[in-house]
Design a protein around this ligand. Structure first.
Ligand SMILES: O=C(O)CCC(=O)C(=O)O
Ligand SMILES: [Mn+2]
Length: 203
């Protein structure tokens, strides 16, 4: 796997082959069966346009009480299933000190987007946030550590992996839009994004 720098962000284009993507998708369907995707509420009480679920110990959650990580599914009360091996392999190409304890799975359907935000609810920012894209292309936007910092953007394609690490670990970022229906990987169209994180301090 080779890592290039795009707009200051380490990116591994085609980190997973089409065959590996299809195999991972099978694992992710099993995750979604055990831990059904849900739409978290924003701070303003509006549901987010993405649907999310997770694998690993933690899942990010949001409601009127604010943002936090949870260890049981909000509807089933069950723990989240283990992180698929292919996703762990991708993480290890960026970080080898410890494995992630959270794999957040975002599903972007037609018209879904994600506003500029920071990932800052984790215990140790020396660990990266590694993200893996599947399905339709997503236009990723990234700025600096202030909301008003200038931003730049680039497309993430199916199988691409990237990391928010070092200077960009706390950068504001989001997804402007997806090219819905461009790929056939997901039966109903759309984009899946896995973000792998280390939420608790590594021992
Ligand atoms: O979908 C993406 O590529 C970004 C997702 C993201 O930033 C997040 O889940 O925190
Ligand atoms: Mn994020």
């Amino acid at each position: 796997m080779s890592i290039e720098t795009i707009q200051g962000v380490p990116v591994s284009r085609g980190a997973l082959s089409p065959e590996e993507q299809a195999a991972l998708l099978t694992d992710l369907r099993a995750v979604a069966q055990a831990a059904p995707p849900f739409s978290p509420m924003t701070g303003w009480g509006k549901p987010m346009s993405v649907r999310i679920t997770a694998a690993g110990r933690f899942c990010w959650f949001s409601d009127r009480r604010g943002y936090r990580y949870i260890e049981a599914h909000p509807e089933t009360g069950q723990p989240f299933p283990p992180i698929p091996e292919a996703a762990l392999r991708v993480w290890r190409t960026f970080e080898t000190r410890a494995d992630p304890d959270c794999c957040l799975i975002n599903h972007y359907r037609e018209g879904a987007r994600m506003g500029l935000h920071q990932d800052r609810d984790e215990a140790d920012f020396s660990f990266p946030v590694v993200s893996l894209s599947l399905g339709d292309p997503g236009l990723f936007r990234i700025g600096g550590t202030e909301r008003k910092s200038p931003t730049r953007s680039f497309w993430l394609h199916s199988g691409d992996a990237m990391a928010l690490t070092g200077e960009t670990r706390l950068a504001f970022h989001g997804i402007d839009r997806i090219k819905f229906g461009e790929t056939a990987l997901l039966a109903g169209g759309g984009r899946l994004n896995l973000t792998l994180r280390r939420v608790a301090k590594a021992d």
